[in-house]
Structure formats: structure tokens, C-alpha cells
Design a binder for this molecule. Structure first.
Ligand code: SF4
Length: 252
């Protein structure tokens, strides 16, 4: 499905779709959840996420950590994946002909869901209703850090001496680990914006200074493994595969 495909969906707040999901979070999702929940981004990471801020936490009963009864407790700041639901977004590493690298798929409704599917509009209308474009555009700004990370890694790593496949395999394993991972100050800085730049009332203002601060930290980081894990986790958190972080390194 693309933006012109007929689609509509009415949520009837049954709360069933807020159970037993894997919901990937980008840095901007964490900022927006923190504003809606009235807590810091660091508290969101610790209380409501796994994998260092990049996946929303679900409890033993299968319910999302933000669910309150059958309602979303952070509705104003709900993550992009929740805004898109029941559509899923698939990203391609290469940009499509129209300049977009997105494709939408219709997800199966939760069993017993009261949501109503239809074709009263199209995908673009649905994205507008959900204020999803603001998230997509902000994620694109964070995505621009990936080439910067790759370039810094290129300055530090001699692929004549370090086997590139093994280097990136390790980085991917480390980035995707949900426990037992090494400390990584860059990943912490990506998902805990408040700790890096101080909390701003306006999320947009925080994104602006957060991106600038991350760019400076990337330039100062001297541990290539730390940079590579951060690149992979950033790519995955934005909906791309780890290959987005690796780029052309392995085809040289
Ligand atoms: S963040 Fe809100 S909408 Fe998303 S799964 Fe959790 S409760 Fe549901």
C-alpha cells in the first residue's frame, strides 16, 4: 500500500491491540512519551522500555506499560507505531522512485477488536489524522546521523586489519541484545535526550539541540565498536534493517 491506497480505520478504544506487541521506539518516540507521561526521557527508558529505550515494555499480563484500563495513558505522545496501527510501515534502504522509501501493510486486527476498517479515505488521510508525518519527518532527521556515524567509524577502523563482516556482526549482536550488553554512552545519549541537553517544554526545540549534541558526540567518540552498535540500533529504531547502518562498507 502507498499513500494513495484507499484505507480508513476507526478505533473504538477496546484496548485489545495494546497487548502482546513488539513496538519499536525511535528517540523521538521516547521524547514524546516522556512529555505525555510527565516524566523524564531517562525515566521512560527505565520504566517503560527494554533494549535501552528502543522497545516498548509489555507486562507479564501482556499489556503495554502505558495502558491504563482500556485507554492509552500517553495518547498525546503515543509512539509512531501506535499512530500507524493497524498499518505497519516497511522501510527500504534505497529510496523509491518517488523519493519515499516507505511501504505500508495492513496488519491483522487483534482477536475481538472493536476497530472498524474501511475505505472512506486513503492512507495519506489516515496519516494526517494521526499526526504521523511529524514523527516520520523527525525520524528522517535522526536518520541523517547514520552516515555521520559510518564516516566516523571509517576514520577509526582499518578494514585491512579488522574483518568487516565480523566487525558489523558483533555490532549488530550488541545493538540488538536485550540484556548483558556493554555500556554504550552514545546509545544512552540517543534515547535519553533530557540527560544530554536538558528538558525543554517544546519537543521540537529539544530535537534540534539533541541532534546537534549527538553530532558532536559522534565526532568525539573514539571507540569504533561503540559507534557501530549505536548506528545499528539507531537504524533499527527508525524502522530500517541493520544494513542501513552498514552501508557500502561490506561491498567495497
Ligand atoms: S503506547 Fe498507548 S497506544 Fe501504544 S500500545 Fe501502549 S497503550 Fe497502546
Amino acid at each position: 500500500m502507498d499513500r494513495r491506497t484507499p484505507f480508513s480505520y476507526v478505533c473504538n478504544a477496546c484496548g485489545l491491540c495494546c497487548h502482546e506487541k513488539v513496538i519499536t521506539l525511535a528517540p523521538y518516540d521516547v521524547i514524546r512519551i516522556s512529555r505525555a507521561a510527565g516524566i523524564s526521557t531517562g525515566q521512560v527508558v527505565r520504566r517503560m522500555t527494554v533494549r535501552r529505550g528502543s522497545i516498548l515494555k509489555f507486562g507479564a499480563d501482556g499489556a503495554c506499560a502505558a495502558l491504563s484500563g482500556t485507554r492509552c495513558g500517553v495518547h498525546e505522545g503515543r509512539p509512531l507505531a501506535c499512530r500507524l496501527y493497524p498499518l505497519g510501515l516497511q522501510r527500504a534502504t534505497e529510496h523509491a522512485k518517488d523519493g519515499r522509501d516507505e511501504m505500508f501493510v495492513r496488519l491483522e486486527p487483534a482477536r475481538g477488536s472493536l476497530g472498524v476498517y474501511g475505505d472512506a479515505g486513503n492512507v495519506a488521510d489516515f496519516l494526517e489524522e494521526q499526526d504521523a508525518d511529524e514523527y516520520l519527518e523527525t525520524n528522517d532527521r535522526y536518520r541523517r546521523l547514520i552516515p555521520r556515524l559510518r564516516s566516523r567509524i571509517g576514520e577509526l577502523v582499518d578494514y585491512e586489519k579488522i574483518e568487516p563482516h565480523e566487525f558489523w556482526r558483533r555490532a549488530t549482536r550488541e545493538a540488538l541484545a536485550e540484556s548483558g550488553y556493554d555500556p554504550n554512552a552514545l546509545i544512552d545519549a540517543m534515547f535519553d535526550a533530557d540527560a544530554v541537553v536538558g528538558r525543554r517544554d517544546d519537543p521540537e526545540a529539544e530535537v534540534f539541540v539533541h541532534l546537534a549534541a549527538l553530532a558532536i558526540r559522534i565526532g568525539k567518540t573514539t571507540d569504533a565498536a561503540e559507534l557501530a552498535s549505536a548506528a545499528v540500533l539507531l537504524a533499527v529504531s527508525l524502522g530500517y534493517s541493520p544494513a542501513e547502518a552498514v552501508g557500502a562498507t561490506l561491498t567495497r
